[in-house]
Design a protein around this ligand. Structure first.
Ligand code: ZN
Length: 398
């Protein structure tokens, strides 16, 4: 029997490792606690889910049939827009190197209460977007909000979303640029709603199985030679004839092969290319990517678009090799369990320390000025991060 304390023992090191992940050119940005919570939650949730799959799946469970649907939607912006992830970019995007997608996997019948996993090619989808989506799906199809899990691929070459990393650029966005960010955010919510409903509509009997390989391009970005997680678990969805319908893989690594002032184009980075190549290899199948606890890992080498494609091919090759072997069957749909915790921040700067930081002309200075303004208004700065943890358990053994 897996106890909650075992799960938390697994989760806590991840939580520490994802702290203040948005290191950007020239230094580290102070995170926006609310917008970080969803991204962290998604990474932790998926990693815990994979962990539970690994340790809780039945050893033999051939023939288990699950009701499964999958869908995808193109979310590439059709206008220039500020891309998130790097403070050094000072202008809106300059073209599209690769299209972006949102994809949805729906497991379970209406009677069972379906569970949804969404993957989104974006730096970070803020909690406000997830909450709006959950409310819409509750109204439309009575989806249990705790059954909705959303994972960002964390590409640093996707549109900025309203309310996410609002101090990243070191100054308020010009009104016309902010209007386009808000427009894209509204369009994204509509797209996430439509792709989820499409996946629910697509549901039909199929089978689930999983396997795990390795890919070696993730490197610790904090400590040279420090710990990394090279595991590459995947979930395969097949129809009753054995044809691949969907594939969900997880690899713990930032999508930062390209970026900064040298690359201001829309792109899914290595995760985008891995999805693209695998969908090309398996016509008709939809491939979803999650990056697990990847905040402390960067792809290596990095700096060129060709390297993002090379890393994508590494995933493609490893997954295809795994697919050529037998996988472990799973019984679905998973049982979802969710719980909210609050993670304390490091001690906040004193007012004097905020004032010293505020003198800087970079994003750190702007962040300090924003917080000083809050203090001047009598507001209290957050000292804890609301943190939502979900687990998905496949099968009857626990
Ligand atoms: Zn990042």
């Amino acid at each position: 029997m897996i106890q909650i304390r075992d799960i938390l023992r697994f989760v806590r090191p991840i939580v520490r490792s994802t702290n203040a992940e948005f290191e950007i050119q020239g230094g580290r940005e102070q995170p926006s606690p609310r917008s970080f919570s969803l991204a962290r939650f998604c990474r932790v949730m998926f990693s815990v889910a994979v962990w539970l799959v690994a340790y809780a799946a039945p050893a033999v469970d051939h023939g288990a049939v699950t009701i499964i649907g999958v869908a995808k939607v193109d979310i590439t912006p059709v206008y220039p827009i500020r891309l998130s992830g790097y403070a050094s970019r000072k202008t809106e995007s300059e073209g599209v190197a690769q299209h972006l997608f949102a994809k949805a996997l729906a497991l379970g019948s209406d009677k069972e209460g379906p569970v949804i996993l969404l993957t989104v090619d974006n730096t970070c989808v803020p909690a406000t977007v997830r909450d709006e989506l959950a409310a819409r799906l509750r109204r439309q199809v009575n989806l249990d909000p705790t059954h909705l899990t959303l994972c960002s691929s964390h590409t640093h070459s996707a549109p900025c979303l309203a309310g996410n990393l609002p101090t990243l650029f070191g100054a308020p966005l010009p009104s016309d640029q902010l209007a386009r960010v808000e427009q894209y955010t509204r369009e994204l919510i509509d797209a996430l709603e439509s792709v989820t409903l499409a996946a629910l509509k697509d549901r039909r009997p199929g089978t689930l199985s999983w396997g795990q390989g390795q890919a070696g391009f993730a490197a610790n970005r904090r400590t040279s030679g420090g710990p990394v997680d090279h595991d590459l678990p995947f979930l395969a969805v097949r129809d009753l004839k054995g044809n691949l319908r969907a594939l969900l893989f997880n690899y713990a690594c930032h999508c930062t092969t390209v970026g900064g002032v040298a690359f201001n184009q829309v792109c899914g980075d290595w995760a985008g290319y891995a999805q693209e190549y695998l969908e090309r290899d398996h016509p008709g199948a939809i491939v979803l990517a999650a990056i697990g606890c990847g905040a402390d890992a960067n792809p290596q080498p990095l700096g060129k678009l060709e390297l993002a494609q090379q890393h994508g091919r590494s995933i493609e090759t490893a997954i295809n090799e795994l697919l050529s072997r037998s996988q472990t069957p799973l019984r679905g749909p998973p049982v979802c369990r969710s719980s909210a915790i609050a993670i304390p921040f490091d001690p906040l700067p004193t007012r004097l320390e905020w004032e010293r930081k505020a003198a800087q002309t970079n994003y750190e200075g702007y962040y300090a000025r924003v917080n000083l303004a809050k203090l001047d208004r009598g507001e209290v700065l957050m000292t804890r991060l609301p943190y939502w943890i979900s687990t998905w358990t496949f099968g009857e053994r626990q």
